[in-house]
Design a protein around this ligand. Structure first.
Ligand SMILES: Nc1nc2c(ncn2[C@@H]2O[C@H](COP(=O)(O)OP(=O)(O)OP(=O)(O)O)[C@@H](O)[C@H]2O)c(=O)[nH]1
Ligand SMILES: [Mg+2]
Length: 373
């Protein structure tokens, strides 16, 4: 039976160097992801080991205690806070079958992909997710007890297929992947053509990028007067949307695109998969990097985002927009200004509209530079 609110056990292996307190801070984001998925965090487990166990990620003793917890707490999904290879995930899951036949063992990327498939609207986004799942799940997909979660509704409560016909499944999955890649190429080509058309018409194109939940869609709404949905949970936006910003009198039109947010520890292959969604960012005249100034971890998140956009092939330095200053103290705002004195930036609140005129002014400066005379 599929439960309304699947029960999660969050697990992390930490080496002897890592402080327990730091690991627990890292778990907060995972907890937020579980909540976004619609799950309930029932337990958190840290295991100290210098290296994950080669076969089952956690050691044999831990497999036994995990089993006991799963039984006692009636856990549906064990999610590991990390990127785990699919053999380890599969063997750990299999070791737990005698305790609960439909237990799921996911890593962080499985969880993120399942959230993506809940939120995807457009055909392109859906295709990208299936492709990412084929890549990430590897052999777990076919036969080896795997489940293609996007095809199973919430992805909970499905049983393994057994180990027969693996070769047939593998071939089928390879074919499916090829078909998706071809379709996505067509989507990307079409998007590129539209982008070029806009550029040829002399339209100034801005793309919003940033960590998930930084406030990209809120800023998009504030600048375009649209009402796209925003939410405190993660990955509210998956599909790119484009809106028009009111230009100065007689000025050329400005288009802004809002897209999927980034998060740490995304495998490069996954980013590759989402490239067609992110094309708009690559091709834009100006990239606005939206940062949640009220987040104590924002500096590390800036690095995550900039690494990803570099991987996408963007060479220009994005313009930093520190958002949510309504939540920050005056002292904090001064600190940010001092810390980023060497980089072009503005501090705004998409919610209250504070300092948005300064952002518009900066945008116009970039526009004038892109289309001189
Ligand atoms: N206080 C405050 N909250 C804000 C501001 N901007 C956005 N938020 C809130 O932050 C949360 C995330 O905002 P979104 O605009 O959905 O963020 P996003 O970057 O588009 O997030 P994803 O699409 O999920 O990656 C929502 O709860 C917003 O209401 C702001 O300036 N001030
Ligand atoms: Mg959004």
């Amino acid at each position: 039976m599929i439960r309304q609110k699947p029960r999660f056990l969050l697990l992390e292996v930490i080496d002897s160097q890592r402080e327990q307190a730091a690991a627990l801070v890292g778990m907060r984001e995972l907890e937020m992801l579980v909540k976004t998925y619609g799950g309930e965090r029932v337990a958190i487990e840290l295991q100290r080991r210098d290296h994950p166990h080669v076969a089952t990620y956690v050691g044999p003793g831990k497999v036994v205690t995990l089993g006991e917890q799963i039984k006692q707490l009636d856990i549906d999904v064990v999610v590991i806070n990390g990127l785990v290879n699919s053999g380890q995930l599969f063997r750990l899951e299999k070791a737990l079958w005698p305790i609960k036949h439909d237990i799921k063992v996911w890593d962080r990327v499985d969880l993120i992909l399942n959230i993506f498939s809940q939120h995807a609207v457009s055909t392109a986004a859906k295709l990208q997710i299936v492709l990412a799942q084929i890549d990430h799940m590897g052999p777990r997909m076919y036969g080896l007890g795997g489940t293609v979660l996007s095809r199973q509704g919430a992805g909970i409560g499905t049983k393994g297929k057994g180990e027969t016909n693996i070769e047939k499944e593998r071939r089928r999955s390879r074919r499916e992947k090829q078909q998706i890649v071809t379709k996505l190429r067509a989507v990307a080509g079409e998007q590129r053509r539209r982008m070029q058309e806009r550029k040829d018409k002399g339209i100034f194109v801005i793309a919003l990028v940033g960590y998930t939940s930084a406030g990209k869609t809120s800023l998009f709404n504030a600048l375009t007067k649209k009402q796209k949905s925003t939410n405190a949970s993660l990955f509210t936006t998956l599909d790119s949307i484009v809106g028009r910003m009111n230009p100065r009198n007689g000025q050329r039109p400005i288009l802004i695109s809002d897209t999927i947010g980034f998060i740490r520890d995304l495998p490069p292959k996954l980013i590759e998969t989402f490239k067609s969604t992110l094309l708009e960012s690559v091709e834009a005249h100006l990239l606005l990097h939206v940062v949640d100034a009220s987040d104590p971890e924002f500096a590390a998140k800036i690095v995550v985002v900039e690494d990803i956009i570099r991987d996408l092939g963007v060479t220009a330095e994005p313009f930093l927009v520190f958002n949510k200053i309504d939540l920050s103290t005056k002292k904090r705002i001064e600190e940010i200004k001092a810390q980023f004195v060497d980089r072009p930036h503005v501090l705004v609140s998409a919610q209250t509209g504070d300092n948005l005129p300064a952002l518009r002014q900066q945008i116009n400066r970039y526009l004038d530079a892109a289309f001189p005379g």
